[in-house]
Every structure is written in structure tokens, then in C-alpha cells.
Ligand binder design. Sequence first.
Ligand SMILES: NC(=O)c1ccc[n+]([C@@H]2O[C@H](COP(=O)([O-])OP(=O)(O)OC[C@H]3O[C@@H](n4cnc5c(N)ncnc54)[C@H](OP(=O)(O)O)[C@@H]3O)[C@@H](O)[C@H]2O)c1
Length: 468
Amino acid sequence: MLRIFLFGATGNLSMKKLIPAFYQLLEKRQLPENVEIICIGRREFTRTSFQDFVIDRIGGERDVKKWFTFIKRLEYHQLRFDAPNDYKRLLEKIAIHEVDVHLFYLATDPRFFTIITRYLSEFGLLEYSNINQRIVFEKPFGKDLESATEINEVLSTYLVEDQIYRMDHYLGKEMIQNIMMLRFSNMIYEASWNHAYIDHVQITVTESVGVLERAGYYDQSGAIRDMIQSHLLQMLTLVAMTPKKYPDEETVISGKTEVLKALSIADAKTDVVIGQYVAAKGMQSYRDEKGVPPDSCTETFAALKVKVDLPRWEGVDFYLKTGKRLSGKISEIAIIYKETGKNLIPDCPTNVLVIEIYPKEGMRLTFNMKKPGTTQEIVTREMEFCQSCLVDYSAPEAYEILIHEVIMGKHDLYTRWDEVKYEWTFVEKMLHECGTLGDKLQFYPAGSRGPELADALLERDGRSWYSL
Ligand SMILES: NC(=O)c1ccc[n+]([C@@H]2O[C@H](COP(=O)([O-])OP(=O)(O)OC[C@H]3O[C@@H](n4cnc5c(N)ncnc54)[C@H](OP(=O)(O)O)[C@@H]3O)[C@@H](O)[C@H]2O)c1
């Protein structure tokens, strides 16, 4: 039997992603039929008023009968994270019977990670080194290196690493998982996956929306801590790593860590561009968003040029770009190959392999051919495979995959402590080298491509952004 405790069950993430993911997993029989889901929130709800709240908050098209049957199974327990008596009541409430796996999902601010873990342990709900008692810690794991290290040190007194699951939901996305499959199951790619053939790499994750209802969190974080530190660095590691053996959980994660340790920025003054959106096209400026201080210097955009100091990537630039209120929502990785050598046809457009994560899931590859007819003119063509366009294609949501992984006790789509540590180390060093961020802030119109300096970052190297 499986028992799930969802901390932060009344919050945005639980409503948007987690409760729907539990439903889907049950529908697909990837959760045992007798699973218990105990939703934990601070607000005063009875079991039924919480169920009504969920029905009210979660929209979407579903089989109504099945959805209502699912909702009826949700338990509710009111608990303040820092109130020991509330844990005692939780312990008294849960039925004492054999449970194979306990899953604690902490969809909460990271400042609560240690107190919740401590009380769960002290009240006997969590036992050191029992790997059937697992905790998922939502992103972000800390707000900087110091807080992440502190959290990790405290957790390690209550848990072994195998009980800890640090979430980065991008790792559950279908095409991000596919990066390794693409590389390690195709000789054509892996043989040329190095500095001899690849000129540079661009990783782009942009959004057209603003901060929505998450201003309180976002203004303390900004694009670098919210997106670069986790999602974009994870994407980079999957492109750049060299595992000793594939697939093997331990060596894959070690290969990723090796990349994170090797990251550097040649000159933070010129190779880091940050921006903040201002009012345009009927959209308000970041500083006018509800919950944002009117003098906020938080960056809503970041573009960087990064080096990976490993022999495979000598001289190859990795450009990362992310931001809010840009002209579109897109997630792509573009691998830009080198120009043809001097013994081949000169001045051809270079090959580009694009791994598409959003809005489509698939890949495109450009290549050159002879224009039909009597000339020797070159035309560039594109091969495209769109997985998400296939009839009957329905990939599970990233959260479904990741929750299923924890239930199976698998860590390969979760981040290990040393990965998180080196992500924060890189980000902090970069921020330190940048100096006062407010001085670097470039303002860009909402709905645009971002600050002009971000284009200049590539133009300086004779390149341009491939996506958006
Ligand atoms: N929302 C997203 O799209 C998203 C995406 C990725 C990661 N995350 C991460 O997931 C975590 C949760 O995000 P969220 O957007 O869901 O936040 P949220 O909407 O603010 O929800 C916070 C939850 O924590 C509970 N809570 C707060 N303080 C509490 C306390 N002292 N005692 C007991 N319960 C307390 C709230 O309970 P009440 O509502 O009952 O007060 C609520 O259930 C954050 O770390 C966030 O960074 C969120």
C-alpha cells in the first residue's frame, strides 16, 4: 500500500499540477488502487469543504464521474508546519495498517523543508535510512548556496540521500528525457557531438506571460535563480555530459556533475545580460504587477554565454536565454554545427539540429542539397519529426512521470546534492562577478524579443539567436 502526504495541498502548484497528476496516475493504474492521499494545508477545511475547494479550483476536461470519484478519496488535514501538536494529531489520525511506501511531497517554500522533516522524524512518521519513506522537495532547493547547504546538512541528520528527491520538473519533460536517448542511441549524433563538429549551442526557454500570481516568490528570485540555476543548467548538462556508462543512474548523475563543475563565464561584465520588462502593447510593466515593489531591480530576463571547460567542448560557446513577457513561449535547444572544412564546399549554411521541447515536441535538422536543375546552387532543406503531432499522441505530464519515478524508488530524473551545490556555486560566482545587478538591468518592452544587448551578445561573435 502507498500513502501520500501532500504538504502545501491548498497551494497553486498542488491545484495546477500535483492533484491532477495523482488523478492521471490512478487512471493509468500507475498508483495502487488502495493509495491514500492525505492533503495538508494551513487553512481550515473539513474533508468535504476541501474536496469542494479542489473541484472549484481545478478546471480542465475530464470524465466527470471518474474525477468526482477521485476527489472523494482526498483526505484533508489542517497543519501548521511549525506546530508540533499538529503533527501529533496527524499521527493519531492516520490508520495504523501496513504501508509499503510513504511518500511525503513538500510543495512548500524551501524555508519549511527542515522543520517539516524534523517534526516528521520526531513524531515517528519518518525513519532514518528507511528507503520506503521518501520525501520530494520542490524546486527551488534553497535560495542560494548557503541556504541550500544548510537545508542539506539538516536533512542529512534525518534522512539518507536515497530518501531524498530534489525536484526539477523539466527533467520529466518528454523531449528533455529524449536528449540522452537521441545522443546515445544514434551513432550519427554522438560521433559528432564535440568541439570538432559543433560550433556553439543555444538553449532558449522563454515565456509570454508575466509573473501572474507568483510575484511574491518571483521578486525574491528573478530569472537567474528561478530558471537558470535549475532548468537551463540541467538542460545544458544533458547536452554536455559524458557518462562513463549509459544508462546507469550513478554515472549519468556523475557525468552531469562533472559538467556543472566545469562551467565558467569568461567575462561576466559582457557575457551576462539581464533585463526587466516595461509597459508595452497594452501590457503593464513588471514594476506595476501586483505584489512587485515599484522600485524592484529583479531581472525578468537573462542571457549568458557560458564555457564548459572540458576537452569535449573546448572553444564551444553555450548561450542560455530565458525571460518573461517575451514575444512567445518556446523551449528549444539548437545545436549549431561548424562550417564545412576547406576541402569541402565552402560558405554553405551550417547544419542545425533543434531539439524542440515546447510548443512542439520533436526535432528538426537542416542540411544542404543541390538545387534541382543544371546549376550547382545549394538549397537548405529541413527534416522534421514532430512527435506531439502524431495522431493519438498523449505524453504524460512531467509531474506524472516524476511522481511515478519516486514511487518506483528511482532517482535518475531527480537532482543529487552535488548537482544542486554546483548549480548554486556557478550562479553565485556569476552574480558576484556581475557586481550590482541593478546597474546592469536593461529595460525591454513587454512582448518583445528582450533587451537589444542580448542580440549583441551573439552578434559580437558573428552569430544570431536561432529561436525567437
Ligand atoms: N506554482 C508553481 O507553478 C510552481 C512551479 C514550480 C515550483 N513551485 C514551488 O512549489 C512550492 C509551492 O509553490 P506554490 O506556488 O504552490 O505556493 P503557494 O500557492 O503559495 O502555496 C503554499 C502552500 O504552503 C502552505 N503554507 C504556507 N505556509 C504555511 C505554514 N506556515 N504552515 C502550513 N502551511 C503553510 C499554504 O497553505 P494555505 O494555502 O492553507 O495557507 C499552501 O498550501 C514553492 O517552493 C514553489 O517555488 C511552484
